[in-house]
Design a protein around this ligand. Structure first.
Ligand code: APR
Length: 179
């Protein structure tokens, strides 16, 4: 575990499985249909059970860069925030801004609902092929900026990495945060 305080919010890194996190919310790396998929999306729906996709059906999808809230079914967490990251093409189609927006909107949804602890996977760095070093800098930079803008609103933001290699990339990005 690697941890750092940023403007009153604790940012943790952990290697593990997002479905096992008992934070107020876990974030799903979803697609715009919100009807499930593989990777994180598949793991969350498999572990959480059918109540999650039933709720998703009523949400009418989600735009890239946005995020929407549901319950968490059988998961230890209390809510799932379904965030849609960008598919990486060549870095010249607004991918960085859309990834930052997916993190920012996830935190806004959490704060709007008074949720104080959120666990993120590494959004867009799997099937959506976003280069992980750039994605990690965007993810941590966005979380740090929101923590500074909304001091005290978020107690804990945890990034749950699925491999030691991904953890090491995020640890470098966390160490590189200014302040
Ligand atoms: N816990 C934590 N991290 C995980 C888990 C898990 N259980 N499973 C996979 N990961 C990691 C992957 O190794 C990758 O680093 O999450 C990161 C994101 O990978 P994806 O789940 O493929 O998400 P993404 O790249 O955002 O692609 C989203 O894939 O599953 C479909 O429906 C989804 O269309 C959407 C697309």
């Amino acid at each position: 575990m690697t941890s750092r305080m940023v403007a009153g919010t604790r940012i943790d890194l952990a290697e593990g499985d997002i479905t096992r996190q008992d934070t107020d919310a876990i974030v799903n790396a979803a697609n715009t249909t919100l009807l499930g998929g593989g990777g994180v999306d598949g793991a969350i729906h498999r572990a959480g059970g059918p109540s999650i996709v039933e709720e998703c059906r009523r949400l009418g999808g989600c735009a890239t860069g946005d995020a929407k809230l549901t319950g968490a079914g059988r998961l230890p967490a209390r809510h799932v925030i379904h965030a849609v990251g960008p598919v990486y093409r060549d870095g010249r189609h607004g991918e960085a801004e859309l990834l930052a927006s997916a993190y920012r909107r996830s935190l806004e949804v959490a704060m709007t609902h008074g949720l104080r602890s959120v666990a993120f996977p590494s959004i867009s760095t799997g099937a959506y092929r976003f280069p992980i070093a750039e994605a990690a800098a965007i993810a941590l930079g966005t979380v740090a900026a929101v923590a500074a803008e909304r001091q005290g609103a978020l107690e804990l933001v945890r990034f749950v990495l699925f491999s030691a290699a991904d953890f090491a990339v995020y640890a470098q990005a966390l160490a590189a945060l200014p302040g």
